[in-house]
Design a protein around this ligand. Sequence first.
Ligand SMILES: CC(C)(COP(=O)(O)OP(=O)(O)OC[C@H]1O[C@@H](n2cnc3c(N)ncnc32)[C@H](O)[C@@H]1OP(=O)(O)O)[C@@H](O)C(=O)NCCC(=O)NCCS
Length: 149
Amino acid sequence: MEQRGSFSLEEAEGWAKRAMDDSGEDRKYAIVVEGYDEPVGFTALYGLFRQTAPELGALIGDDVRGKGVGRRAEALTIKKAFDEFGAHRVYGRIPARNEIAKKTVASQGWKHEGTMRAHLAREGEPPDDCEVWGVLPDEFRAATADLFG
Ligand SMILES: CC(C)(COP(=O)(O)OP(=O)(O)OC[C@H]1O[C@@H](n2cnc3c(N)ncnc32)[C@H](O)[C@@H]1OP(=O)(O)O)[C@@H](O)C(=O)NCCC(=O)NCCS
């Protein structure tokens, strides 16, 4: 959700190393797609194993967006949250203007649960609203039956 002004190769290497560390309460997954040598993006679950629900994160590389990769990668990740990690709910904070991110989760059974007004203050722009979306296991399974059969 937050954007960096710059991101050096060293910072990227540090990020990737930390992303592979599965000793804590976060998990990150590289997205691998046929026909691409390198991962095309990642998904994440933040704050697993708590009484509060984990949060989903996702970022798809520019050249593969809009081809169904995000929906499928998010669904595989949420399935892990429920089936592997026993989550009782998954939620996400989505900038109100990010219609594509909202559409992606809506098609997986998520509901818009509330709006944090003026939550997101990016430099040089007026603060933007941020929406809270969430999904319960049964809603997710019903909405993604086509993906998992
Ligand atoms: C949001 C994101 C993960 C979606 O992944 P994607 O691979 O681009 O999306 P998909 O191709 O799986 O499409 C998902 C939905 O968005 C719609 N969509 C995708 N690109 C679109 C576009 N350019 N215009 C309108 N709708 C679009 C699809 O039609 C689909 O909707 P449907 O399920 O109702 O048919 C990806 O665009 C992304 O990484 N965005 C930047 C980071 C981000 O916003 N992360 C989200 C958390 S805040």
